[in-house]
Design a protein around this ligand. Sequence first.
Ligand SMILES: Cc1ncc(COP(=O)(O)O)c(C=O)c1O
Length: 287
Amino acid sequence: MSIVYLNGAFIAPEDAKISVMDRAFLFADGIYEVIPIYQGKLFRLTEHLRRLAYSLEHIRLASPHTDAQWEALFNALIQQNGGGNLSLYLQITRGCAPTRDHAFPKVPVEPTIFMMVNPMPTPYSTDLNREQGIKAICLSDIRWLRCDIKSVSLLPNALLRQQALDQGVDEAILIRDDLVTEGAASNIFIVANNALYTPPRSPFILGGITRDLVIELAQAHQLTCVEKSLTQAELMAADEVWMTSSTKEIAPITQVDGKPIGNGKVGAVWRKVAGWYNAYKQTLLNP
Ligand SMILES: Cc1ncc(COP(=O)(O)O)c(C=O)c1O
């Protein structure tokens, strides 16, 4: 049975209860992080802690812990759950005020801190010889203008992902003013003429930790990678399209809106970069 963390206690999930007055329940007033864990080890922890601090700062909530305290808490939860390959979910909310009021509580309240771990799905890069990628559709980006904050307000993302699933595909690629922003729960890369392209950081996208690592790996291996706005036409004309996220790593997308991307098969550049990603992961496991 898994063990979760709530406000200082390591407990069974069914014992983890929060008040209906919690501001995340009433206003989605909270942020979250998802950190991948390989063989019990936290992956890209520094980068995840940096983004956590960014999200907290931008919703004007003081971090309840130092980085060292967070790391100790994460490791304690991993240990309680026996290690292995996991994804760690952390949520911090503005806590419970006595009345429902849009304004922040006048008398400071304790934030709510919740953590759980889930088994990591098998990443696509475990089979570099695969021929088939995943399918996606393009949908209008109906989200707010601060997608750079990892907010728990995910109703638009959930509606978009469900619309994709209802149409028999795996992910929604979001379009704002004819430009690709990101996936419903991922960042997007394209390959054209053997170079990588991904939309630049902006309030319209989440600064993905996996995205940044792909850019870093490309630079380290002298593969051209350009951060620039991409039109829907450029996406459709690409040789390859990928989505990246902490739990999916780098996933090749071989069909968008029912049309093949490139030759409709997983591409050579994905194989190369996914291989670099696998090798990078090994440096965590065998430092
Ligand atoms: C909207 C959105 N964009 C991008 C990402 C990818 O971010 P990361 O690579 O840090 O997991 C996610 C991850 O869940 C996401 O929800």
